[in-house]
Design a protein around this ligand. Structure first.
Ligand code: SF4
Ligand code: SF4
Length: 380
């Protein structure tokens, strides 16, 4: 008999505090009760950039607060922290993160510290279970947490199509390892690296903030989109399959990251293996949800699929208007393809591997994505 993976859902119309708290509790109950609490609890949030919660780039503070409340209710007096390794370029700006992401209130309300995930250093992992990585490090904080709860944000992603529970733990990795994964220019290798990281410290439970997600050019510059759900599951892949269904994917396994995870036996390999509690599949799809433009590669005829990345090209494009010449794009580029000057930015398109990290991390949105002719035709 095939195993089943339970996913608990609860509708949640807004980030009003009490509604979110009820929804998180209900989704956890429906998903099987949530994790048994052991030792120090770490909430791994998505704090990609120091931006306001209404931009939908980061896990909303009311969702984090509701999870803290649930943990405190189950383990009064136990240690708990909220953490992430934000986009590497911002690593020296931690107080700005706490302030801009709306987390100051959280620290006061629950008397807890919010610190960077990597501030205690890295613990070397040498696992035979890895596919893309050999020896690599994950943050000591994550490795030693008694209970790790993954509190992710539901968004599109210009490279991996979506980011949810599986992708959120890519944040375990140090800058150099992340850059190596992007520099390869291989989506398969990037997916395997993301999954290696996830397996190095598998979260004990996963909660996905899909109250307001992001559509289009995520994970940083898409549009906030009301989705209306809190999703919870012990299994990250199962939760992501449900989130992809909300994004309008009739076959969530057409997303390379999800199919690679299923291939590695990390969860359900079919929607029928998911036991959905609190919703039906039919009611999940958000009408007119704008998927990531990278989903266009799916429209390439099957015999040419191997060439899809070359045929449907999404390239970085510098738009001078809102550029502040901060130099972030050049710092994050894994191919060293960007040269910054005082009044212009140059992209060497021969070196560029089209990872779109520069677009993802540009704080002002000046680094755009330009679809080539085929992509533009498919977009019509
Ligand atoms: S394009 Fe964006 S990241 Fe690059 S220098 Fe301009 S504002 Fe900074
Ligand atoms: S220029 Fe941008 S898209 Fe190209 S390799 Fe550098 S970061 Fe990636």
């Amino acid at each position: 008999m095939k195993s089943t993976f339970r996913v608990g859902l609860c509708p949640c119309a807004s980030y009003e505090e009490q509604s979110v708290e009820n929804a998180v509790r209900t989704a956890l109950d429906r998903s099987g009760g949530g994790p048994g609490i052991r030792g120090e609890v770490l909430l791994k949030a998505n704090l990609l950039a120091p931006v306001r919660p209404d931009r939908s780039v980061t896990t909303h503070p009311t969702v984090l607060s509701a999870v803290v409340s649930w943990v405190r209710g189950n383990n009064p007096g136990g240690g708990i922290s909220v953490s992430d390794s934000p986009g590497y370029l911002f690593s020296g700006q931690w107080p700005l993160f706490v302030e801009n992401c709306g987390l100051s209130e959280l620290t006061q309300k629950w008397n807890l510290e919010i610190r960077p995930l990597n501030d205690e250093g890295f613990l070397e992992i040498d696992s035979t279970a890895t596919v893309a990585l050999g020896k690599f490090g994950i943050p000591v904080k994550a490795a030693k947490a008694g209970t790790l709860i993954n509190v992710a944000k539901c968004k599109t992603h210009v490279e991996t199509e979506m980011t949810g529970c599986l992708k959120n733990t890519f944040g375990y990795l140090d800058t150099a390892t992340r850059q190596r994964a992007h520099r390869s220019g291989s989506l398969r290798r990037l997916c395997d690296t993301i999954l290696d990281a996830h397996l190095a410290r598998k979260p004990d439970w996963n909660i996905l903030d899909a109250v307001v997600g992001m559509e289009g050019y995520g994970p940083s510059h898409g549009n906030p989109r009301k989705m209306g759900w809190i999703i919870a599951s012990e299994n990250a892949l199962a939760a992501d399959v449900v989130a992809a269904s909300m994004m309008g994917y009739r076959n969530p396994y057409s997303i390379p990251l999800l199919s690679a995870a299923a291939h590695r036996g990390m969860g359900p390999s079919d929607r029928n293996e998911i036991d959905l509690a609190g919703a039906t599949w039919e009611e999940l799809a958000v009408p007119g949800f704008r998927k990531s433009p990278s989903a266009l590669r799916r429209l390439v005829p099957t015999p040419l699929r191997g060439l899809a990345h070359s045929l449907v090209r999404l390239s970085p494009f510098w738009n001078t208007g809102s550029c502040t010449f901060c130099g972030v794009c050049a710092r994050v580029c894994p191919a060293e393809a960007i040269r910054t000057d005082t009044d212009r930015i140059e992209i060497d398109h021969h070196r560029c591997v089209r990872c779109l990290c520069c677009h993802e991390m540009c704080p002002t949105g000046a680094m755009k994505v330009q679809p080539n002719l085929i992509a533009r035709l498919l977009l019509k």
